[in-house]
Write a protein that binds this ligand. Structure first.
Ligand code: PLP
Length: 344
């Protein structure tokens, strides 16, 4: 089973195999269980539905997965493991929710935060040697810059990678030495903009136990329906990712050639594009003019969404005209026609 390709693992991992069992683990909405078995109370022991999802994601990332109520629930559980005084290095541009959590912890005197430019290779190497924790996104949200993880692992700092934008199929940071991987399954894994769920994955069994204990302690437990939907979403991630990435590459190329568009951020893979309009007003006009693409926040679903990111609370520091574009599964030519008329 471990030597199946990722594409196959996405289909078969976490599936019951016993005779007479349902092919897919059902939604088990239980808080408690008859005493004496594998499960006693869901917040502590999980549920069959969470476990199926965790087994599948763990198989893809190469570690032990723990599921949470949201991506931020997973982020908070990881930060919960670090003592007061911990210094965290984080990309200057990175997910606003995570920066919000870090800033709050800093304000409360729990953590110190060091901001490092994603492109500053030496700054990251210094942070790996001097700080306690590197919080890495690659590509970064929302500017889509890449940070090379492998050279930063095995140093003083623990390395956590938020792998939401790459997905478990795009990249497996544990294989490059990262200590913990975090996902917002709300995005590409779920893939249909209809759930909130988060995950942590680590190859270290003890660390996985600590993360599970943090979930039990803080109670950021996923819903049974959400876990089921996330696993159902995962089954089609390989084809969604391939198709949406192909469309994103095409649209990034055409946007870069369009006279009304400035800088285009596309890391050459994945489903996200960041493109810059000259100012906030022209970017707002694009957001208001799309008809097929939806003006909405979030990403990773089958529906194409865009937004002017600096309008979002917590992201006021990103370039004013930057539009974050999550490319969906619509016909690429329809998407381009819509973008063209909106840019006009
Ligand atoms: C959305 C997102 C999160 C937070 O996930 P939620 O499920 O919304 O709590 C964390 N990291 C990244 C990169 C995200 O895009």
């Amino acid at each position: 089973m471990t030597d199946w390709s990722p594409r196959t693992k996405a289909i078969v991992a976490g599936r019951p195999t016993g005779a007479g069992e349902p092919l897919n683990t059902p939604i088990v909405p239980a808080s408690t269980y008859v005493a004496g078995g594998e499960f006693a109370y869901s917040r502590e022991d999980g549920t069959p539905t969470w476990n199926a999802l965790e087994e599948a994601i763990g198989a893809l990332e190469g570690g032990h997965a723990v599921s949470f109520a949201s991506g931020i629930g997973a982020v908070a559980a990881v930060l919960d493991l670090f003592p007061a005084g911990t210094e965290v290095a984080v990309p200057t541009f990175s997910y606003a929710g995570t920066r919000g959590l870090l800033d709050h912890a800093a304000k409360m005197g729990r953590l110190q935060v060091r901001r490092v430019d994603p492109a500053d290779t030496e700054g990251w190497a210094r942070a790996a040697a001097e700080t306690d924790l590197l919080w890495i996104e690659s590509p970064t949200n929302p500017t889509l810059e890449l940070i090379d993880v492998a050279p930063l692992t095995g140093k003083r700092a623990k390395v956590v990678v938020d792998n939401t934008f790459a997905s478990p199929l795009g990249r497996q940071p544990l294989s490059h030495g990262a200590d913990i991987v975090v996902h917002s399954a709300t995005k590409l894994i779920g893939g249909h903009s209809d759930l909130l769920l988060g995950l942590t994955i680590t190859a270290d069994e003890g660390l996985a136990g600590e993360l599970r204990a943090a979930r039990t302690r803080n109670g950021a437990t996923p819903g049974a329906l959400e876990a089921w939907l996330a696993l159902r979403g995962l089954r089609t991630l390989p084809v969604r990712l391939a198709e949406q990435s192909r469309t994103a590459a095409l649209l990034a190329e055409r946007l870069a050639a369009h006279p009304a568009v400035g800088k285009v951020g596309y890391p050459g893979e994945g489903t996200m594009i960041a493109f810059e309009m000259p100012d906030a007003a022209s970017a707002d006009r694009v957001c208001a003019s799309v008809r097929l693409i939806v003006h909405a926040t979030s990403l990773g679903g089958v529906e194409s969404l865009l937004e002017r990111r600096a309008a979002w609370s917590g992201d006021a520091h990103v370039p004013a005209g930057l539009i974050r574009f999550s490319v969906g599964l619509e016909d690429p030519e329809d998407l381009w026609r819509d973008l063209e008329q909106a840019l006009r």
